[in-house]
Design a protein around this ligand. Structure first.
Ligand SMILES: [Mg+2]
Length: 358
């Protein structure tokens, strides 16, 4: 098996850095891109490094940010501008590899196992990419280089801003053993607390548990933990992940005629969908219900959320609500399907919904 070479590139304080680049009056100043501190609901999308010195962070209420720094400058986001820069960054990536998986406007995985330009090493490629971003776009990025996605992503965060961190193949396992459990993908606050109560603080602690044990404790993610503490993450860099959707459907042996039956089937399908989302560590903003009637007529109905969702209860409840809106009385249903789409870790919400946040 060849050892893969994966780079995770993450732009530094992306939205804020673009604003500081385009508007010299913001340079060297604490600025926040996001919602206004007046009124309710405004949140920080990105804080400049000058603002971070005051403890201001992404997702913090704008009001709170203003309390922390009286001189803070609030800037409204210009998503069109960020998208354009994001495209320019991607054009730079493309010189080095075709295997690019964008995670959001300012983050991507690159598989550079095949050295398209004969640069010589993944570290050298990462260095060139950073230099090109600096020279051509007047922005900085941090990069993590390693043998898999998980370690590359953790590495890119270690020396921000303008960092370049390499975790060599032989260092990966030791690196994972020292890693605090909070840094593990998919470990939210609740799981982290659960782990700590059980005396699990680092990768080394998790490594003492058997795979069965981990699955009993943490569900399907247990498999992931078992492998990742051993430095194993086989997830590929997926160039088309952006547009992907994930779903499940079922064709029934008998037509469904009562809402009760339909709901029972939707529960089962939702369970499959939620399981797959968990496996791929995805959440989506749009739930789509597909219905095929016994006369082969087919319809779809969907609902979108502001925040990505992926939990069974929400998926099932949404699908049932969508079903009710189709007036499912005196109908015969042959097939039901549920699909989640509109993925992305922190992509900006669609325009119609941005208004409420900013
Ligand atoms: Mg970033």
């Amino acid at each position: 098996m060849t050892v893969r070479k994966i780079i995770h590139v993450d732009m530094d304080a992306f939205y804020a850095s673009v604003e500081q680049r385009d508007f010299p009056e913001y340079r060297g100043k604490p600025i926040v891109v996001g919602g206004s501190p007046e009124g309710r609901g405004g949140v920080v999308a990105t804080a400049s490094y000058e603002a971070r010195k005051y403890g201001i962070r992404s997702a913090m209420p704008s009001k709170r940010a203003q309390q922390l720094c009286a001189d803070l400058i609030f800037v409204r986001p210009r998503f069109a501008a960020y998208k354009e820069v994001s495209q320019q960054v991607r054009d730079i990536f493309r010189r080095y590899t075709d295997l690019i998986e964008p995670l959001s406007l300012d983050e991507a995985y690159l598989d550079v196992t095949e050295d398209k330009r004969h640069i010589g090493s993944a570290i050298a490629i990462a260095r060139e990419i950073k230099q090109a971003i600096r020279d051509e776009l007047q922005l900085t990025a941090s990069a993590g280089v390693s043998v898999n996605k998980f370690v590359a992503k953790i590495a890119s965060d270690m020396q921000k801003p303008d960092g370049l961190t390499f975790i060599a193949p032989e260092q990966v396992e030791g690196f994972m053993e020292k890693l605090p459990v909070e840094k593990f993908f998919g470990v939210g606050k609740v799981t982290a607390e659960k782990m700590k109560r059980m005396g699990l603080h680092t990768g080394a602690d998790l490594k003492k548990l058997s795979e069965n044990n981990l699955v009993q404790l943490f569900g399907k993610t247990g498999h992931f933990y078992y492998n990742i503490v051993r430095g194993i993450d086989r997830r590929e860099v997926q160039p088309h992940r952006e547009t992907k959707s994930l779903g499940a459907e079922d064709t029934f042996a008998y037509d469904l005629t009562t809402v009760e039956e339909m709901n029972t089937e939707l529960d089962k399908i939702a369970l499959t969908v939620a399981g797959r989302l968990e496996k791929y560590q995805l959440k989506g903003r749009t739930v789509t219900l597909k219905i095929k009637y016994s006369d082969f007529r087919q319809i779809t109905r969907n609902q979108s959320f502001f925040h990505p969702i992926g939990d069974l209860a929400t998926i099932a409840a949404t699908a049932k609500q969508l079903l009710l809106k189709t007036d499912p009385v005196d109908v015969k249903i042959r097939l039901l399907g549920i699909t989640l789409s509109n993925f992305g870790d922190e992509a900006p919400p669609p325009p119609s919904q941005q208004l409420s946040l900013f």
